[in-house]
Design a protein around this ligand. Structure first.
Ligand code: PLP
Length: 393
């Protein structure tokens, strides 16, 4: 059979334009001449060549997230961890030192404690609720400080302004993972961050159907180093996933507002529920950084609530089993509410003494509040907690 010569179909005959970004799955882009291709590679003309190096759907998504963060561009990576890797591995060299928050996302902690040292990059962890502790961890060879403003799952609030001041004074880059906090509550560049990153998988995409990340530096030279690292190490993402996330972003603000409203109400309801020992939510008076939540987050408590129940594993099992209308699943930022139990998931490999020092006991749960009816949610939680209470020790 004779192969046909296929050229792409380009719809140039419509006067009107689509209102939704098209998905452009092409892996390669054809150029007219070697001269033109050369000028693209040299950065003299804009154009795409190969999808791992860049494609329109990634650029559209990156620019949309950048606008939300008050930044320019950035790169889309295949996951949030790929964004963390692009920042840490793309910018540090053998002999550098990195300071990270001691309550970072579990995989970021692993990257800090297990992987960076294998490449000759030293790391230290510090309590980011205390800028002085971060200042004391900084050494002459410290390249950057990695901070999450609201910690997972303990919902503690970092002294971002204090840390930014320390970083500026010592000439150290400040990298903020803004996944938990989101630009709806705070834009880290307005508080002195040099690099901002996201697990787009969570609230930004918001539907638990796509795994992506984004990372952006203010300084174009740093941006270029992270981009080269991401492209060479294959951390970039597919067009379809970028398109799905762009669709999710369209409703981010509405989802955030609604989830926050419900979370606030739920936090107060938890405090009255059977068997609950402790509730952690930024806008509650009993939060350890209640004043900072007001000044830094301007009273935005966001969508995450943690609480601790009386008892051990048996009570924890009874609770999730009886609250079966709510997904017991270790993720966050989805349109559906998810309950996570750090002891059996994200923190299972953290030594018990360290877990307990942060209040993460067998009875500790983290809730990512979704968009379901708040009354139905309260009823499901109440049922679960009653079941936990009925378990005899
Ligand atoms: C989920 C998460 C990540 C990792 O993102 P993935 O998309 O799962 O790779 C990083 N940081 C924070 C704060 C997260 O919640």
């Amino acid at each position: 059979m004779k192969p046909t010569l296929q050229r792409p179909v380009v719809f140039k005959d419509s006067l009107s334009a689509p209102v939704v970004s098209p998905i452009m799955p092409s892996v390669v882009y054809a150029s007219k001449t070697p001269d033109e291709l050369d000028s693209q590679y040299a950065g003299e003309a804009h154009g795409y060549t190969y999808a791992r190096e860049g494609h329109p759907n990634a650029d559209i998504l990156a620019q949309r997230i950048a606008m939300m963060e008050g930044m320019q561009g950035g790169i889309i990576t295949g996951s949030g961890m790929a964004a963390v890797s692009a920042a840490l591995m793309g910018l540090c060299e053998n002999g550098d030192h990195v300071v990270g928050g001691n309550q970072l996302y579990g995989r970021s902690l692993r990257l800090m404690s297990e992987d960076l040292p294998r490449y000759g990059i030293e790391t230290s962890l510090a309590d980011t609720t205390n800028a002085q502790a971060v200042a004391e961890a900084i050494k002459p060879n410290t390249k950057l400080v990695l901070v999450e403003i609201v910690s997972n799952p303990t919902i503690r609030i970092a002294d971002l302004d204090g840390i930014a001041e320390v970083c500026k004074e010592k000439g150290v880059l400040l990298v903020v993972d803004n996944t938990f906090t989101t630009p709806a509550a705070l834009k880290p560049v307005e508080h002195g961050a040099d690099i901002v990153l996201h697990s787009v998988t969570k609230l930004l995409a918001g539907h638990a159907d796509v795994t992506l990340g984004w990372v952006c530096a203010k300084d174009p030279a740093l941006m270029e180093r992270m981009t080269i690292y991401a492209v060479t190490h294959g951390l970039t993402a597919s067009p379809f996933e970028c398109w799905l996330a762009e669709r999710g972003l369209a409703t981010f603000d509405l989802r955030y507002q609604r989830a926050q409203q419900t979370a606030q109400r739920l936090a107060d309801a938890f405090a009255e529920m059977p068997n609950v020992k402790r509730v952690v939510y930024p806008t509650r008076q009993d939060h350890p950084e209640a004043a900072r939540a007001q000044s830094l987050l301007q009273g935005r408590g966001a969508n995450m609530v943690s609480f601790e129940i009386e008892g051990g594993r048996a009570q924890a099992n009874a609770f999730t089993e009886a609250a079966s209308e709510l997904a017991f699943a270790p993720t966050l930022g989805d349109v559906g509410t998810t309950i996570s139990h750090p002891n059996s998931s994200s923190h299972r490999n953290v030594p018990e003494a360290d877990r307990l020092a942060n209040g993460i006991s067998e009875g500790f749960f983290r809730v990512s509040v979704g968009l379901e009816d708040p009354d139905a949610m309260i009823a499901a939680f109440t049922k679960g907690l009653k079941a936990a209470q009925e378990v005899s020790e």
